[in-house]
Design a protein around this ligand. Structure first.
Ligand code: DGJ
Length: 727
């Protein structure tokens, strides 16, 4: 073994080494390194975050190569910046001690590395205040093969009384570069995941939410930062990050006086000063990030692989295609209408029928979104024979049955509200204020947690064959207040903890039943929640032209298997275009099947068969973005299996100006250069012929250097191509 390999092995096990009076602690993955340094005064700083160095012994030389402005504090690149002592910038942690003192200093005590198997390791670094009995442990869980790091902290003290935690970040990163470009997202109902990219300037840019529930609706926690220059799909250094938390988050991006970028991310401390008792462990959620020096595409594939392998519920498993009745019936259905829909489900050829909102409540029937939410008994007029007869009838028709719930919420016009006004989030002395005519239940209250668990558990207990749950969450939190919580400043945090407790109980009892995470569209999409869910609803906006853009942006952070895409009547495009777009994730339908005329039904039936043949590649393959709809008239997305032998390309015309078409060939990515591939158009509308010949085969080299023209134009606005190795 040569010295280089020896050192690599040495560092992968993350054993530290001392250089002069410094200790270097590298956290290395396949391509990257996050490097901590402990100096002679026991300050722990982050000295390097980037592509890993060939000779790890040189990390200790990194800091010496910079001649930037004065630090003035000695903690500008702290691994976890404490407030109130030497610090002059945005802190990661801010505390009022039991004696009322506001200062904190954190010095190195020890560190430890655990090998968790599967090339995953967990570094913990213990820091302590030299004056107070106050300690923070920083955790870095690194996934070697996926180049992903999850970072969180645990905060504990044994002071003589409670302390106040005023800020408690999950992670505190520090980056050096010639400039930094932030790609952030904003949105609203039906407008999820709109990207905005800008160059960061000195000072602080904050991404946050204070909505409590449906927390992402205006801004999700996912973001990208390009370093040195704006990264493109395949070039440049870029960090993709996000907080694994389904409530208020806050990420501060600060360019300091040395021109370095500090990123501090965690639960939002807005209205949330936390009183920490002696010996209570406050554990923050994880901040998740990956770095690529080859652009946004590689970074996204890192995250997608990581999610499928480790985070998402049943990430490597199967999913069910379905017919949903929301847009087909809204609240207006009864048993005979549903009987017809079961037949439609079978006739269409999908796996499951999903009954949406409107099936419950009697005193205040759920016939609109004004009443009934919270009263989870079957509506006797619509469903006199109950859910169990529907589950049985679906089965007789050869399809599975799934159901919609929104168990965290209540309409004021409901028996639940009348019986338990103290279970509702509202200010006792102020008038109520509604979002979609409803209020949020107080999940900080264990009795409410039992109730919410009971809604789902009751459905499964009575209907063991229930095969799917759509869990909705349509309101934000106004007038944040709990009737039972002692400390109202804990409300936002305890709400999310309460939600996770319920979801944990559900998963202990029902480990694998597929559940869709929905929040009036994509108001709640994050990896804190996705460990309990198999998929999410990206947006109520299912206009396929819009969806090309929305799904494109989500795909940077979430794998296609998580994206529930339904064919609906939104948009002006023909059924083929709508179905093709929905096939780019987990396919479903929400249309009146009996209204499909001409060859439309035949097309849908054949498309589902086609989808069944390619879904494995879409769900479990690698995703390459070939042509960006924001940059050209054609959008093109490619999925290929791990063996690089089989893939599928989705191509769309996204500009309907005169004579727009795919003028240039589209260059493929991720193929093996000397393999031969055949490209065939699939999913053709009945009676139409492809304009492309599949007689020729091409080398991977040709397809990646020259490309292939899908012949997208005004008469062929949507083209799906199958790519197969030719022998
Ligand atoms: C909002 C969801 O996003 C829709 O899909 C639908 O389930 C409605 N809620 C039902 O109220």
């Amino acid at each position: 073994m040569n010295i280089k390999n020896y050192l690599a092995l040495f560092f992968f096990s993350s054993v530290c080494f001392a250089a002069k009076s410094q200790t270097i602690i590298p956290i290395e993955t396949k391509d990257n390194a996050v490097v901590l340094q402990v100096d002679s005064s026991k300050n722990v700083s982050l000295i390097y975050l980037g592509h890993k160095l060939g000779n790890a012994a040189e990390y200790k030389e990194v800091s010496g190569m910079y001649r930037q402005a004065e630090d003035y504090t000695g903690v500008l690149n702290a691994a976890y910046t404490p407030a109130g002592s030497r610090n002059l910038v945005e802190p990661a942690i801010e505390v009022t001690h039991a004696d009322g003192n506001n200062s904190l200093d954190l010095r190195y005590v020890s560190h430890n590395v655990k090998d968790l198997g599967n090339q995953i390791s967990l570094l913990s670094v213990v820091l302590k205040d030299p004056v107070y009995n106050f300690a923070v442990t920083l955790y870095y869980k690194s996934y070697f093969n996926e180049n992903v790091v999850e970072q969180w902290s645990s905060i504990k003290h044994s002071e003589k009384g409670n302390i106040l935690l005023r800020k408690y970040a999950s992670a505190n990163l520090h980056l050096k570069g010639k400039g930094y470009w932030l790609n952030q997202y904003h949105g609203d109902w039906a407008k999820e995941m709109r990207p905005e990219e800008s160059k960061l300037t000195h000072g602080i840019k904050t991404l946050d939410t204070k909505l409590g529930t449906r927390a992402n609706i205006f801004q999700p926690s996912v973001f990208m930062v390009s370093i040195d220059q704006p990264a493109t799909e395949d070039e440049g250094t870029v960090l993709l990050g996000s907080l694994e938390w389904s409530g208020n988050f806050r990420t501060d991006l600060e360019i300091d006086n040395q021109d370095n970028l500090r990123i501090i991310s965690g639960i939002n401390n807005y209205a949330s000063t936390y009183t920490l008792k002696p010996n209570e462990d406050f554990v923050t959620p994880a901040f998740l990030y990956t770095l690529s020096t080859h652009g946004k595409g590689e970074a996204s594939r890192n995250l997608q692989r990581w999610a499928r392998n480790y985070k998402l519920l049943d990430g490597k498993g199967e999913r069910l295609t379905l017919l949903n009745n929301w847009e087909a019936t809204f609240f207006d259905f009864n048993e005979s209408k549903l009987s017809a829909l079961f037949k439609d489900t079978k006739n269409l050829g999908v796996d499951l029928f999903l009954l949406d909102d409107g099936w419950f409540a009697n005193k205040y029937p759920r016939n609109s979104d004004h009443a009934g939410l919270g009263d989870w008994q079957e509506n006797k007029q619509k469903l006199p024979n109950g859910i169990s007869s529907l589950v049985a009838e679906a089965e007789q028709n050869g399809v599975k049955f799934g159901i919609w719930v929104e168990p965290e919420m209540v309409n004021p016009k409901s028996e639940l509200y009348e019986k338990h006004p103290d279970w509702v989030v509202k200010q006792p002395k102020r008038e109520e204020y509604y979002y979609r005519n409803q209020l949020v239940l107080d999940l900080t209250n264990p009795k409410v947690q039992d109730f919410v668990f009971g809604v789902v558990d009751g459905l499964f207990t009575k209907n063991p064959k229930l095969a799917y749950i759509k869990w909705d969450c349509n309101a934000v939190i106004y007038n944040a207040y709990s009737a039972t919580l002692k400390n109202q400043s804990h409300f936002y945090i305890e709400y999310v903890r309460g939600l996770y407790k319920v979801l944990q109980r559900i998963r202990e009892k029902y480990p694998k039943v597929p559940m869709m995470l929905c929040s009036g569209g994509g108001g709640r999409v994050d990896y804190g929640a996705l460990q309990y869910f198999t998929e999410f609803w990206p947006s109520d906006n299912t206009d396929p032209m819009e969806r090309i853009f929305i799904q494109w942006q989500y795909s940077y952070f979430y794998p296609a298997i998580t994206s529930a895409n339904h064919v609906t009547d939104w948009g002006k495009q023909p059924i083929k275009f709508r179905t093709d777009v929905a096939m780019m994730g987990k396919l479903g339908f929400d249309i009146v099947v009996s209204h499909l005329t001409g060859n439309d039904l035949k097309f849908c039936q054949e498309a589902i068969q086609t989808y069944n043949g390619i879904k494995a590649v879409i769900w479990h393959g690698d995703q390459y973005r070939l042509a960006n709809p924001d940059e050209s008239s054609v959008a093109s997305m490619f999925y290929i299996n791990q063996e690089k032998t089989s893939g599928v390309i989705f191509n769309y015309l996204v500009n309907n100006r005169y004579a727009e078409n795919s003028k240039l060939p589209i260059r493929l990515k991720g193929l093996i250069a000397d393999k031969q591939y055949r490209i065939t158009e699939i999913n053709l509308f009945p009676g139409t012929k492809s304009s492309l010949s599949s007689l020729k085969v091409f080398t991977g080299d040709f397809l990646m250097r020259v490309g292939f023209n899908p012949d997208v134009n005004a008469s062929r606005t949507s083209v799906i191509l199958k790519v197969e190795e030719a022998h």
